[in-house]
Design a protein around this ligand. Structure first.
Ligand code: SF4
Ligand code: SF4
Length: 290
């Protein structure tokens, strides 16, 4: 079971929820892996405090042009969807920071002038935490703007059992790569117009990716029902609410997981997981019938 915890924007409390659910399920005797795919700004480790036992560098293959073989036909530049190659007169410029490492230029070059060389884009750190929780996070190399290949590499570190994935905020490529091909996406939002605007975009993303989703309202306040109304209109289920609370904000600022604050949060996160599992199973049954 792979559950992504995502949000349309940063600062909604997505990591608090992902960490809370992972720790609560591990404490209940499950085999759990926590993957932090927010590779530009990973912060799950601040709460989980894993013992890092292994590092792995992640590379993509970028082109190097042999000008002695090249006849400057421009084919490589034409086929590169990311504008990472420019052929001008008798020179070929490679913009490594734009290259996605697809290998197309190497494949299509008629002169065999393109060699692919590895370029480091980041590192994955792996380890274990409280009660045997498996942990991995990616850290993007400074100055590298290309996070999707690193996100994909972190996702490969799942280890069977239950995988909780902390997604990058937003709905652009890194978030899409994180959410796709998972069993469920829990969307964390807050009851404000900004929260609603970004939630609506995130819901569209999960629908486009065909991943079932449910909603968690963080910093919920009495009478602030903008998300409730939206969910009702759009046939979405609110699975949990976390109240706006000075105590919770204080714990967050000190890197204390909710489950350490009060054991009732462990109960709540396990209930949340049960509800998600029921939704996933019912979705699978519906698809099977079709
Ligand atoms: S496709 Fe090959 S031969 Fe043509 S410009 Fe690119 S590197 Fe040179
Ligand atoms: S490897 Fe792909 S993305 Fe990179 S320069 Fe070649 S065609 Fe463009």
């Amino acid at each position: 079971m792979k559950i992504t915890v995502a949000s349309g924007k940063g600062g909604t409390g997505k990591t608090t929820v992902a960490v809370g659910m992972a720790l609560a399920l591990q404490a209940d005797g499950n085999r759990v892996t926590f993957l932090d795919c927010d590779v530009e700004e990973p912060n799950g480790h601040i709460f989980i405090k894993p013992d890092i036992q292994k590092n792995e560098d992640v590379f993509i293959d970028v082109p190097e042009i042999n000008l002695e073989k090249c006849d400057f036909c421009g084919k490589c530049s034409e086929i590169c969807a990311f504008n990472a190659l420019l052929v001008a007169g008798e020179s070929v410029v490679v913009f490594h920071e734009l290259c996605h490492g697809c290998g197309g230029c190497n494949y299509f070059c008629p002169k065999g002038a393109v060699t692919l060389i590895p370029k480091k884009i980041g590192t994955i750190e792996m380890g274990t935490a409280a009660e045997g929780l498996n942990f991995a996070h990616g850290q993007l190399e400074i100055g590298v703007p290309l996070s999707p290949p690193l996100v994909d590499a972190v996702k490969k570190k799942q280890n069977g059992g239950i995988t909780i994935i902390d997604a990058p905020p937003g709905t652009s490529c890194p978030a899409v790569h994180t959410v796709r091909e998972t069993d469920f996406c829990l969307l964390v939002t807050e009851p404000t117009p900004f929260g609603l605007n970004d939630l609506a975009l995130a819901v569209e993303m999960t629908r486009a990716l065909d991943v079932p989703c449910g909603i968690l309202v963080n910093r919920a306040r009495e009478g602030w029902d903008i998300i409730d109304k939206y969910c009702k209109q759009n046939n979405l289920k609110i699975l949990m609410k976390i109240p706006l609370s000075r105590e919770i904000a204080g714990a967050y600022s000190k890197g204390i997981p909710l489950t350490f604050l009060d054991k009732e949060w462990g109960v709540a996160f396990r209930r949340l997981f049960r509800d998600i599992r029921e939704m996933v199973e019912s979705e699978r049954n519906n698809r099977h019938q079709w």
